[in-house]
Design a protein around this ligand. Structure first.
Ligand SMILES: [Fe+2]
Length: 305
């Protein structure tokens, strides 16, 4: 796979300022040209004004320009999507169902600087003579990177086939006809494709170094505004990741996550087909109705007509 990571997304929202305030509280910092940055991924979130919330662009990174040539060839050979823009180190391809611009560009791999976490267990004491680092700080959390996007589309099989056969993502697990979890890196899912009546971003997720940061970040966000809370704390079944979901002011869910599964090679992993909603969580509070059926969905459908 020439792809190696999810690099960035652009969200279209009606109220840009409100979303910027939310993501600043969330722990993102000011990047270049109005972008919001993560600690390790740099400029990863762009917010632009739009009539209704939408995923306006998704960016994926490859290692070398030759990967772009192979991608352009697959647009022709598979017959899905269309090339919107080309450049020496980037290629923008339109997804065939929704027209979503998918920008694939040569980009450096992550060089995250993560402090090793020491954990004491009954038979293994790693941290001696000192308390856990998480109880010694009240500094705000800063997400490491933008790790996944869940994108709803009205023709899930076609959108999924575009991303697998043209763009080159691999399927990690799926609930056939409902949602497919795909990756462009070793992370279990970077892009999930969900079957819904209309295109919209269901949620975006930011990876934290550890569970402590998920909890500290979630608590701080909810302390500041209880209405932000959506679902958590819990642990997903698919991907195993810890989660705490919040709702940003324009309606997209935003997740703090940690300890998601890693897949080293497709032939060492057995993609599984799940049924029903068993994939949603292994433990945690019950899934709120609005997580499955966002309350603004009728508005998005009306605005997209
Ligand atoms: Fe998620």
């Amino acid at each position: 796979m020439g792809l190696h990571r999810l690099t960035s997304i652009t969200l279209g929202v009606p109220d840009v300022a409100a979303s910027v305030d939310f993501f600043t509280d969330f722990g993102l910092t000011s990047g270049h040209d109005g972008w919001l940055a993560t600690r390790d991924g740099g400029d990863q979130l762009q917010l632009i004004e739009a009539g209704h919330r939408q995923l306006a662009r998704i960016g994926l990174g490859v290692d070398e320009p030759d990967d772009l040539g192979r991608l352009a060839a697959r647009v022709e050979s598979v017959g899905l999507g269309s090339v919107l823009e080309t450049g020496p180190e980037r290629l923008v391809v339109a997804e065939p169902v929704t027209g979503l611009p998918v920008e694939v560009a040569v980009a450096p791999r992550y060089e995250a600087v993560v402090q090793p976490v020491t954990v004491n267990r009954p038979i293994r004491s790693e941290r001696l003579d000192r308390p856990a680092a998480a109880v010694l700080t009240d500094e705000p959390v800063h997400p490491s990177n933008l790790t996944h996007v869940v994108y709803a589309t009205p023709d899930q099989p076609t959108t999924l086939r575009f991303f697998t056969d043209v763009v080159g993502v691999e399927v990690s697990d799926q609930v056939p006809g409902i949602i497919a979890f795909t990756r462009c890196s070793e992370v279990h899912h970077n892009l999930a494709i969900q079957a819904r009546p209309v295109a919209y971003p269901h949620h975006i997720a930011f990876e934290m170094d550890e569970i402590d940061d998920v909890v500290r970040g979630g608590l701080a966000m909810v302390d500041a505004d209880p209405d932000r809370h959506t679902w958590g704390l819990g642990r997903h079944a698919i991907g195993s990741n810890w989660f705490w979901y919040l709702r940003e002011p324009n309606g997209t869910f935003v997740e703090y996550t940690a300890d998601i599964d890693r897949i080293s090679a497709q032939d060492l992993y057995q993609p599984k087909e799940w049924a029903g909603h068993e994939f949603l969580y292994s433990f945690g509070p019950p899934t709120p109705t609005e997580f499955l059926e966002p309350t603004d969905l009728p508005d998005i459908i009306a605005a997209s007509a």
